[in-house]
Design a protein. Structure first.
Length: 161
């Protein structure tokens, strides 16, 4: 008969908070925000690099597997979401998620309209370059991308409601 021992694990933060004289949750959250703020510039560079990689992608040429190009575009879109998410760049995440949704909905064996990738890459570049106070422009860009998703994936309109 084999014996399995279960040992509960606690995170380092939880151990510090639970220790008498340790951090309060409020202080821990403030430190986490400060740490994240310190990484913001680096995160912005990573997002910009990933968007540039997406913009540099070219449509697949005859004789090459189009699935590989679509997979690369999808992975870069996902990477934009991963890099922008922690820094509250929901605008970039939403635009990249729309691209990923469109690639996911692509029919196997059917031609993919590569202009979708190009438009999303250009929109991401534009959003990234907007000043923080340009909410109206940002909203309009995202609305137009969302309209494209709804047009290309008719069921996307139903799932958003």
């Amino acid at each position: 008969m084999s014996l399995v021992m279960w040992k509960p694990r606690t995170s380092r933060l939880s151990a510090i908070i639970d220790t008498p004289g340790g951090l309060s949750v409020g202080v821990a959250m403030a430190q986490a925000r400060d740490n994240l703020e310190a990484l913001k510039a680096q995160g912005q560079e990573i997002v910009a690099e990933r968007i540039a990689r997406l913009a540099a992608l070219r449509p697949p040429v005859a004789g090459h597997d189009p699935i590989l190009a679509l997979n690369e575009a999808y992975e870069i879109g996902r990477a934009v979401i991963d890099a922008a998410g922690p820094f509250d760049r929901d605008d970039l995440c939403k635009a990249a998620a729309g691209l990923c949704d469109l690639i996911d909905a692509a029919e196997q064996g059917a031609a993919f309209d590569w202009r979708i990738v190009t438009v999303h890459a250009q929109a991401l570049q534009l959003i990234l370059g907007l000043p923080p106070e340009a909410d109206a422009v940002r909203t309009e860009i995202l609305a137009n991308l969302d309209q494209m998703v709804k047009q290309k994936i008719p069921t996307a309109d139903q799932s958003a409601d």
